[in-house]
Design a protein around this ligand. Structure first.
Ligand code: ADP
Ligand code: MG
Length: 629
């Protein structure tokens, strides 16, 4: 059967996520709606840059119209604003896919983070094309893919469905896309040339494609010249220019915490304009761990989908523009290209150098960076051993003595106590949870600083790091804490008159061990306790209690060893139990119940549950009945 005419118009529902996003857009009480324009201009610029790349191989594609540009048409009479580009264009499928679903992981993360409100987040993260519905009651997209005879129209009122249909090519740009916004009554101001001019100057002055405003059929006014900011001399650029360009490349509207702009001229020649955000990108901990640096070759955008920087710098945004790479790099070649690898290494060196400088010269800025991205940078501690020392020098920690601030390992080592030879750390879910651990008491009593490691990544690097400045890392729950050599701060507590003798403690420990069986691998007197009667520590051969728990269940996990229960000879309860253990009959039987209850107590303080809650309850009840009876 012969084709007869174009396919009919097709109406499709938005993907569920899009509907949610649109709902947020329309209902958000968000004051700065101007951001929709930079999203549309960004898309138009992307479309031009993608065609610029394709035209390298096929120059005829752009032969009739080689100058890329973005044209804005504000029509006050009609109440419309159009954003037009002569970029790559979209066909029927592309329109339905790109403007009907959500492809970006960042936008999906946005939806997850936004919950039902979203208003606050809308000002901070760009949500792309759909932000047009903040100001438009209807959006029409006319598009004609490069080299195609047919043109398409996409239209929607943003209320759940969109339509795609073939359209008379005369209504579409000769090449590329025109997005026409039919402005809502309260947004008619965006049809004013002056408003458009102001917004472009404020938000889009440095997109790498020229932006012009059409004033009449003949006259246009250039609002942005489309030059590559990263190639301009630093002296000609101010912080506002940088911030605005950062918004364009990152799709994030915070101000960069750090800006690094340089031109490398050694073995590889390239320009780099790199930013460290001040706000965490929403997909920072997405399992893909992808970076988003835009790779240019001699001003042509090649991709933003290749990892130039290591994954532990994936929060860095910006542009790297190489003079040396060939323009016709395939994806596979990009993954393994040695020039690109060298550029990545060089840029990483520069970034670390700048972070070191800021750590020294602008400590407040550095703390902000570390608060936002320290957990990511620390991944480098075990992924890139050759950078470990540099990264350890940058690392900042909450510690038992840091109060609200952060401490470096250099600070830590400078404050070592007499005879202290290790850097002590404690792992836990949060600094607060760690601070409540009984294992820290003996350290506090000796004024020994302990690193509070509460990022999930900490358990991994701390195991492989050899140490800092010759001092090994040592967990407070690891093996025997050799604290005896380190003097107690302040007055040595006077041994109480009824402190049990060492041999009485040994008898008690043996009795408890016998009662608990293989639930513990040992019961012994502790140096790390002060106010608490008991705590758990890892088997001497194991690294750390919490780490063992984290690894448990993983295939590669070493066999778990029962922990050691440490008892505090200075605690009145332990004293009383030692006295019981020395007697015989019923009096001593209570020691067994107490052993189980104390083991459960130690587990609870570690954030665990008693092994056998029913047994725990029974024994606790029996002890209470005895003491109250
Ligand atoms: P993003 O730009 O982050 O991918 P958007 O929601 O802004 O997300 O746009 C979605 C997709 O729609 C783009 O990735 C692109 O494929 C397509 N698109 C949007 N505007 C244009 C345009 N002017 N020309 C060509 N494609 C476009
Ligand atoms: Mg976009």
């Amino acid at each position: 059967m012969a084709e007869t005419g174009p396919p009919p118009a097709e109406t499709k529902p938005f993907a569920a996520e899009v509907s949610r996003l649109l709902h947020l857009m329309v209902h958000a009480v968000y004051s700065n709606r101007d951001v929709f324009l930079r999203e549309l201009i960004s898309n138009a610029a992307d479309a031009c840059e993608r065609l610029r790349l394709r035209a390298l191989d096929e120059p005829t594609l752009v032969a009739g119209d080689p100058e890329f540009r973005i044209t804005l048409i504000a029509d006050r009479e009609r109440g419309t604003l159009a954003v037009e580009d002569n970029g790559i264009g979209m066909d029927r499928e592309a329109l339905a896919d790109n403007l009907g679903t959500i492809a970006r992981s960042g936008t999906r993360a946005f939806l997850d983070a936004a919950g039902d409100s979203g208003g606050a987040l809308i000002g901070q993260f760009g949500v792309g094309f759909y932000s047009a519905f903040m100001v438009a009651r209807e959006v029409e997209v006319f598009s004609r893919p490069v080299g195609a005879a047919e043109a398409w129209r996409w239209a929607s009122d943003g209320k759940g469905a969109f339509t795609v249909e073939a359209v008379d090519p005369a209504l579409a740009p000769a090449r590329g896309t025109r997005v026409v916004l039919h402005l809502a009554d309260d947004a008619k101001d965006y049809a004013e040339a002056a408003t458009v001019e102001r917004i472009v100057a404020q938000y889009s002055a440095h997109v790498p494609v020229p932006v012009v405003l059409r004033l009449s059929a003949e006259a246009t006014k250039t609002l942005a010249d489309g030059s590559a900011l990263w190639r301009k001399p630093k002296a000609s650029i101010d912080a506002r220019d940088y911030a605005e360009f950062y918004h364009h490349v990152s799709g994030q509207y915070d101000d960069p915490a750090m800006t690094l702009h340089f031109r490398a001229e050694g073995r590889q020649e390239y320009s780099a304009l790199l930013f460290v955000p001040s706000m965490k990108p929403l997909d920072l901990f997405h399992p893909e761990r992808k970076g988003r640096i835009k790779l240019y070759v001699r001003r042509v955008l090649i991709t933003d989908d290749v990892d130039i920087l290591p994954p532990w710098l994936r929060f860095v945004r910006g542009v790297i523009d190489s003079e040396d790479l060939p323009l016709n790099l395939s994806r596979e070649m990009l993954q393994t290209n040695p020039i690109l690898a060298q550029i990545g290494k060089g840029a990483t060196n520069r970034l670390l150098g700048e972070l070191e400088r800021i750590a020294k010269d602008e400590p407040e800025t550095f703390v902000k960076v570390w608060d936002a991205f320290g957990a990511v940078i620390k991944e480098g501690l075990y992924e890139e051993p050759s950078r470990r020392d540099a990264l350890l020098a940058l690392a900042r920690f909450r510690t038992t003595t840091s109060s609200d601030g952060l401490r470096s390992l250099a600070d830590y080592v400078a404050a070592l106590r007499p005879n202290q030879t290790a850097i002590y750390y404690a792992l836990g879910a949060s600094p607060e949870a760690i601070l409540a651990s009984p294992q820290l008491e003996g350290f506090a009593r000796r004024d020994i600083e302990v690193l509070l490691l509460s990022d999930p990544v900490d358990a991994f690097w701390v195991r492989t790091a050899l140490g800092y400045d010759g001092k090994p890392f040592h967990s407070v729950t690891q093996g025997a804490a050799d604290l005896a050599a380190i003097p107690v701060a302040g007055d040595e507590p006077q041994p109480t008159a009824d402190r049990p003798t060492d041999s009485a403690i040994a008898v008690l420990a043996a009795r408890m061990k016998q009662a608990l069986g293989d639930r513990v691998s040992d019961v012994r007197a502790s140096q790390r306790l002060a106010g608490s009667p008991v705590c758990l520590v890892a088997h001497d051969a194991a690294a750390d209690l919490r780490l063992e728990r984290l690894l448990a269940g993983h295939e590669s996990a070493p066999p778990r060893r029962a922990p050691i229960l440490e008892i505090n000879p200075d605690h009145a309860l332990i004293g009383a139990l030692a006295a019981r253990a020395a007697s015989s009959g019923d009096a001593a039987a209570a020691v067994d119940d107490a052993a189980f209850v104390l083991l459960a107590e130690a587990r609870i303080l570690d954030g665990e549950r008693p092994d056998d809650p029913a047994d725990f309850a029974r024994r606790l009840d029996r002890l209470l009945a005895q003491s109250l009876g």
